[in-house]
Ligand binder design. Structure first.
Ligand SMILES: [Fe+2]
Length: 208
């Protein structure tokens, strides 16, 4: 476990810097970043032994990180790359009635949480990875979520807003309970998420 600490430490230092330095005029994002930073002292660097788990989607991680190397989140992409061998990829949703192959197109991995590489009780920090040409359909969860796109350009939508292409450099806020979607085009999309609030209730597809 000891050898993991420098990798997690570096990741957390880079992420903390990014959260502190992010410039936006969006008052809701400013407020949420403050909330996350308030909880930051509770995030130590040591966690449980990693138990890596692959996914059909994980093969796109390297491509997505390479896309991230030349973008606004290159320092986060560099901090994520050494974590790759330790990541535990999951899907976690029941089968979707309209999108039967999602498990091979979307995958998630937690890095920081109550039972993860780094331990925290009140924040979840992880990655969402979309294969090329993927639609991650409408879903919602009670946790407040900040997304930091790392590599690839996703098409993001929430509530009644028009879907919008967002490159690395722009953070995305999903307030508690808002329905949201993400899509990829020719490239995979890698984005870092931070959950705060209700971390127990999982995300659910909205199929109505
Ligand atoms: Fe979400």
């Amino acid at each position: 476990m000891k050898e993991m600490n420098p990798i997690i430490d570096t990741f957390l230092i880079r992420l903390h810097e990014r959260l502190e330095q992010y410039e936006t005029t969006d008052p809701e994002i400013i407020a949420e970043l403050k909330n996350i930073l308030k909880l930051w002292p509770e995030v130590p660097s040591s966690g449980k032994l990693p138990s890596p788990q692959g996914s059909p989607v994980a093969k796109y991680l390297d491509i997505a990180l390479s896309l991230g190397d030349t973008g606004s989140e290159s320092s986060l992409a560099a901090a994520i790359r050494p974590l790759a061998p330790f990541l535990h990829w999951t899907f976690g949703y029941p089968p979707h009635p309209l999108h039967p192959n999602l498990e091979s197109q979307v995958s998630f991995t937690q890095i920081i949480g109550p039972d993860d590489l780094g331990m925290a009780d009140r924040l979840l920090i992880g990655l969402t990875l979309l294969a090329p040409e993927t639609f991650y359909p409408a879903h919602m969860h009670p946790a407040v979520e900040i997304y930091i796109p790392i590599g690839g350009i996703g098409i993001w939508s929430k509530g009644n807003e028009q879907p919008t292409a967002k490159a690395p450099g722009t953070m995305i806020l999903h307030q508690s309970g808002i329905v949201h979607t993400t899509a990829s085009k020719l490239d995979p999309v890698l984005a870092l998420y931070i959950w705060r609030g209700d971390l127990i209730t999982s995300s659910k597809f909205i199929t109505d």
